[in-house]
Design a protein around this ligand. Structure first.
Ligand SMILES: C[S@@+](CC[C@H](N)C(=O)[O-])C[C@H]1O[C@@H](n2cnc3c(N)ncnc32)[C@H](O)[C@@H]1O
Length: 185
């Protein structure tokens, strides 16, 4: 199945999970990756890769010895990425982002440099998104960054309750237009 039609199909089937009608644009991808220093990043976590638009962008820029852990809850998106991307730096997981700590422990990794999240915080249940954000905070290095896009500014308060510094930029060239948050302690 084509990647865009897969996206629309999953959107209508799993509205509370996917939270987007179309894959992100390359402009949004560039803004999401801008805060990342790929010269120093050793471990990056991606939450909600969908059809893999950011996954590919990250792998294109990552060092040869860096690792990317991508958590995708939706089995169809997971299968799509698995068939599409073959890269030994990628650890693709068909699991919820709530399991970040557990998975990192299995890989003997204590801290990560960046968390890049596409999770639809607007539609994820409160307790679940709280666990996910706490897991992200717990695994980040003291100078690590959490990068998140959303279509509204509704998540600002929640993010400010988890991170000392929260800033955002607007990306009009996306369907729908989006905000990219950069968060750190
Ligand atoms: C808005 S889509 C973003 C897809 C892609 N990154 C993009 O920007 O085009 C959100 C993705 O998050 C996934 N997702 C939702 N809840 C999740 C969870 N708890 N853990 C991991 N992935 C989740 C959905 O299945 C979907 O693929």
């Amino acid at each position: 199945m084509k990647k865009k039609s897969a996206f629309v199909k999953e959107f209508f089937k799993e509205k509370k999970q996917v939270g987007a009608i179309a894959p992100s644009s390359k402009y949004l991808m560039k803004k999401m990756l801008k805060p990342i220093d790929f010269n120093t990043a050793k471990v990056i976590i991606e939450l909600g890769p969908g059809n893999g638009v950011f996954t590919k962008g990250l792998l294109d820029k990552m060092a040869s010895d860096a690792k990317l852990f991508s958590f995708e809850l939706n089995e169809n998106f997971y299968d799509l990425i698995k068939a599409d991307i073959s890269d030994n730096r990628l650890v693709l997981l068909n699991d919820s982002a709530e399991k970040i700590g557990e998975i990192l422990k299995e890989h003997n990794i204590e801290v990560v440099d960046y968390v890049v999240s596409s999770l639809p915080l607007a539609v994820i249940d409160g307790p679940v998104k709280n666990v996910i954000l706490d897991e992200a905070v717990a695994c980040l290095k003291p100078d690590g960054k959490y990068i998140q896009f959303q279509y509204t500014l509704n998540a600002k308060k929640l993010l400010e309750s988890k991170f000392k510094n929260v800033s955002y930029t607007f990306v009009p060239a996306n369907i729908p237009p989006a905000f990219v948050y950069k968060c750190h302690q």
